[in-house]
Structure formats: C-alpha cells, structure tokens
Ligand binder design. Structure first.
Ligand code: ATP
Ligand code: MG
Length: 567
C-alpha cells in the first residue's frame, strides 16, 4: 500500500448495476426489437436539479453508454410561467458536472410546438378533441371522484369545424387566459382520471424563454411528453412511478396520432432520502423566502449545492449505483450517502491541520523568536508519498475541545499535568492554566520535550493522546461553515407547512479558525481533510479579505454502524 500514491484521486470503479431496466433493455436488444437504445433525461426547467434527478440522469445516460446507445437531454419547457433561462443553464452545467454528455442531442419540447399544434388539429378533425368553455372550477367540479364518473361537458359534442375554428382563434390570441381549453375526447367515466378528457392545450399569454411571443397557447406536459419521445426515436422512456398512471394517456396519444416511432415507458421508484426534501416546489420556496442563500447553498440537496459543499461528482455516481434501481418505493438513509462521500474523500483528500476553536498554547521552554520546519504527510498511507513541512514554534493553537481542566473518564487528551503528542511534532505537558476574569480558560502554558521530535519518546514512555495543532506564527485565519440538516425530522413532511420543520441551526459559522498556511492556496472545491475534523473545501465566498471553508462531511461515520447492524 505504501508505495502507490494514495493522493492521486482514485476514480471510483463504477461497475454498471444490474436491475430490471438493464435486464429488459438487454433482452430487447438481444431479441432485435431495437438496433440501438435511445433514452432521454427530460427535466422541466423550473428549478435546479437535485440528488433525486441524479438517479434519473445516471440511469438514463448510464444505460445508454453501457449498451452503446445515446441519451438525449430534453427540456420539457411547456410552462413558460414557471420556467427560466437560469434554470436551463444550471441544468446543463449540472448534468455535465455529473459526468454526462448529450453531445449534439440537446432538445426542447418547444422544438416541437408546431408539430404538436398540427397533431392537435388532427385530433380535432378526427373528432377526438374539443374546445371546452367551462371554467377551471366547473371542470374540476365535473371531474367526478374515485367512485363516481365525471360529467360530460356541455361543449363536448361541438362539431369538429367549430372546434377547429375556436382552436385557431385561441392560437391567434383572441381569448384571455383560462377562457377556453382544448381537451382530448376520451372517457369521462374512465377509472383513470388522466383519461377523463384531459386538457391538452391552454391559453397562456406569456413569453417563452425560447419561442418568445410566437405562442399564446401551450401544450400540457402530458400532450408533449410521449410525442416528444416519439419524435426523437426514444426506445425506452424511463421515468418515476408517479407517471405510471399517465402511461395509458401517453399510449392513447401514440395510438391516435401519426407519430414516427413508438416509445415504451418504464417506471422506477424515485429516490427519497431521510432528512431531505426533494420537492422542487419546496426547494423553490426555501430559496424565495431566504431560508437558504440560494440554489447552491451547501445545505441544499441540489447538485449545485452539493458541488459547492465539496461533494465530488464521483460520489454521487457511486451512491446512485449502490442504491440501485427498483420499482418498490423506499427511503434511503442520508447517512449512506455521507458514507460514500467519506469513502471517496478518504482516498483522495490531502490531509491538513486546522484548528476550528482555537486555544493558545505557549511552550515556555521553547526559545522565543525561533522556529523549525517539521515534516508532515499529505496522506496517511503515503509514507513515501508527498509531504509538506509545517512550522513549529513557541506559540501554537490547539482545539479547545482537546483540553479539559478536569478530565472526564476516557478523556486522553490534554489536562493539567498531563502529556500528549502533538501530531508530527513533540510531546508536551500542561503546566499551567491561564484564565480571564470570567474564569474562562484563555491560554495554556506547557513544556515540550526536545528529545521527542517527530512525536516519539526515546524512552518508550506511553502517551495516549495525539492532537493536532497549528503554529501561531504563520497560521492563517479563516471562517469555517458547518452544515446540519435543513429539516429536523427524519422524514420531513415537505408539504405546505414545511417551514415548521426547518432546523433553526442548520448553519454553524466558526469565525476564528486557524489553518496551516498551505491551505491559503487550496483550489476552490478541491477536497481536503482537516485532520480529526472532517472533509472540507474552500468556498466561493472566499476573498482577499478572508478565506471561507465548507465542511463537506464530518469524520464520524454513522452509516458504518448501521450497516454492521449496530443501530
Ligand atoms: P416537478 O415535476 O414537480 O417539477 P420533478 O422533480 O419531477 O418535479 P422534473 O424536471 O420533471 O422534475 O424531473 C425530471 C426527471 O427526473 C423526471 O423524469 C423525473 O422522473 C426524475 N426525477 C425527479 N425526481 C426524482 C427522484 N427523487 N428520484 C428519481 N428521479 C427523479
Ligand atoms: Mg416532474
């Protein structure tokens, strides 16, 4: 182990998973049902992508790559009132960051607006769609219930010519928002609500990020989705379980329209994570109401937030691989995600020393005005690997928590009269505790044993505790941000009252941290382990006036315990 360079960011082996979708695609190809698999990832640009989307992205792009096919990125941009260019840009950036490439296959539902419109006219001509003048409330009231069929609209039997005229006038902008809709004429008594004459076009006098003011009627998501798949020649349309009930509707459109291909939809369970809300609506509210600093706030489960927090894309891919793809709904422990992050960072992150809550230590027998360079490993497994030097001197900082005036049982660190090892340096003994007027400890006066350079006692005497430190002469100051879950409960409701569940202390700011100087040049986003503390990365809020670091994850692994059955 010692002779390979463990700091070289070892790419995690990503073996393709085995699951029902991959099995099925394999079987379809083997049976010659398709020459080539074509999938797509179809986000609506009404928010940033989150870790749940990562599951869908890895699945769609993953199977395409494994089977030598291709995956499209398609924006489902059918609702201009909620969609923005900012989201389109962020989604592209995040998919690329995750490690996937759609190449030339970037599409938009809006690319097909003209085709969808023509198909809608076709349905009208065939007597399979009609313009309904009912208000939204009336339509809702006539929709029926689970046990009662819906009631036919009074406008349901309009003649095709009248429908066509009204639809064209809707398109021409003659009517106000909500005045009329175009509905598919299917069955108001269908057990499946999606088949009770669904709305397929609505009037929306709103500019669209891509088509501008070309349209004032827009297709519904359901009218766009399956047909977009068909236009693009998608072979396997993979989506989450909530769309299972929409499949009969998609199939109805495909059966009743002259589409160029016949995609098939397969559903899988969405990712749910403990202590995490993955509803775009709630995430939007968090941003809008300032509960977080933005979509890329490191507390957010968004890909932008996770990236800023220091989570490597490889950890997301590996996490998604480990959770697998199935049809049964489940809830994944967020500790499992952290376990994967830790696993990866443990291999790749450089080690550095940082004191988050500093306590000054003066080594009274160390000559004033002097100092020395000590060798420190960049990685614990790399005895022959990269090293750096850290400057030692008469004044250092240690972690407040590493001292107890009256040591508790099993506390092996510094205490009055006790000796500990300073990592990479010397053994020191605490001789005196200096307090302020309030009785708080403000300084320790210790002695060091010059014979223990490197941390070993030549006489072999036992020293149980090893603590980290930073030299006072060249320490750099920094702010360190520690993140806790945004929600207090393990299964946050995430509904209308999500705010009641918000964790009031999800962000902890440590203002007076002291870091070893090598960290001044830490590249943005590169992971580093602060020894004994966790994994951190420099935040983009760092400026000439001050460094800011984010804690990505702490060192304590609660998942390893769970996995071992010791919960
Ligand atoms: P909404 O429809 O409420 O805006 P959404 O999260 O479903 O939210 P989409 O942009 O429609 O947003 O999602 C794009 C794709 O990502 C869809 O195919 C969807 O099935 C998938 N997806 C969304 N959330 C998850 C999740 N938690 N786990 C797995 N896949 C998801
Ligand atoms: Mg959706």
């Amino acid at each position: 182990m010692a002779d390979k360079d463990p700091t070289a960011a070892e790419a995690v082996e990503i073996e393709p998973g085995r699951d029902f979708i991959r099995d099925m695609i394999g079987a379809d190809l083997a049976a010659g049902r398709h020459q080539r698999v074509v999938t797509r990832f179809p986000p609506e640009p009404n928010g940033y992508l989150h870790i749940g989307h990562a599951k869908s992205i890895c699945l769609n792009f993953g199977v395409a790559a494994e089977f030598g096919g291709r995956c499209h990125l398609r924006f489902d941009d059918t609702n201009p009132t909620k969609e923005e260019q900012e989201y389109i840009d962020a989604i592209k950036r995040d998919v690329q960051w995750l490690g996937f490439d759609w190449g030339e296959h970037l599409y938009h539902a809006s690319d097909y607006f003209a085709q969808l419109y023509a198909w809608a006219e076709g349905l009208i001509g065939a007597g399979r769609a009609y313009v309904d003048d009912q208000s939204q409330e009336e339509m809702r009231a006539n929709r029926g219930t689970l046990t009662e069929p819906g009631r036919n609209s009074a406008f349901r039997d309009r003649a095709p010519a009248e429908n066509l005229d009204l639809f064209r006038r809707m398109r021409a902008g003659e009517f106000a928002n909500g005045a009329r809709v175009l509905r598919a004429k299917i069955d108001m008594a269908a057990g499946n609500f999606n088949l009770r004459d669904p709305v397929i076009y609505r009037i929306l006098h709103a500019a669209h990020p891509r088509t501008g003011s070309d349209w004032c009627i827009y297709p519904s998501y359901d009218f766009a989705h399956g047909q977009s798949d068909a236009i693009e020649g998608i072979t396997h349309s993979l989506c989450t379980l909530e769309f299972a009930d929409h499949r009969p509707l998609y199939d109805w459109f495909l059966d009743n329209l002259p589409v160029p291909s016949r995609p098939r939809q397969y559903e899988f369970a969405r990712l749910n994570l403990t202590s995490t809300v993955l509803s775009k609506r709630v995430l939007t509210e968090l941003v809008r109401h300032g509960h977080v600093s933005g979509w890329d706030d490191p507390r957010m489960p968004t890909l932008a937030g996770l990236r800023r927090r220091g989570v490597p894309a490889a950890a997301l891919r590996e996490f998604v691989r480990r959770i697998g793809v199935a049809r049964a709904d489940n809830l994944v422990d967020v500790a499992m995600f952290e376990h994967v992050i830790r696993d990866l960072l443990n291999k790749s992150a450089l080690r550095r020393m940082a004191v988050l809550r500093p306590l000054k230590v003066v080594l009274t027998n160390y000559p004033a005005g002097q100092g020395e360079e000590l060798e420190a490993l960049d990685h614990p497994e790399g005895k022959d690997g990269p090293k750096r030097s850290v400057r030692f001197g008469r004044e250092i900082f240690i972690e407040r928590d590493d001292f107890m005036e009256v040591p508790a049982k099993k506390f092996y660190r510094l205490a009055p009269g006790r000796e500990v090892r300073l990592r990479y340096a010397y053994l020191i003994t605490c001789r005196e505790v200096v307090k302020d007027k309030a009785g708080d400890v403000v300084e320790l006066r210790c002695t060091y044993d010059p014979a223990t350079r490197g941390g070993n006692a030549p006489d072999g005497r036992k020293v149980q505790g090893t603590i980290h430190w930073v030299g006072a002469a060249d320490a750099i100051a920094a702010e360190v941000r520690i993140y806790h879950p945004l929600f207090t409960s393990a299964e946050p409701a995430g509904g209308e009252n999500f705010a009641a569940d918000l964790n009031p202390v999800s962000l902890e700011i440590l203002n007076h941290c002291r870091l070893e100087p090598a960290l001044a040049n830490a590249p943005m986003g590169d992971p580093v382990q602060f020894e004994r503390q966790g994994y951190f990365c420099r935040d983009l809020d760092s400026s000439a006036d001050g460094l800011v670091f984010n804690r990505t994850v702490g060192l304590r692994d609660t998942w390893a315990k769970v996995a071992a059955g010791g919960r």
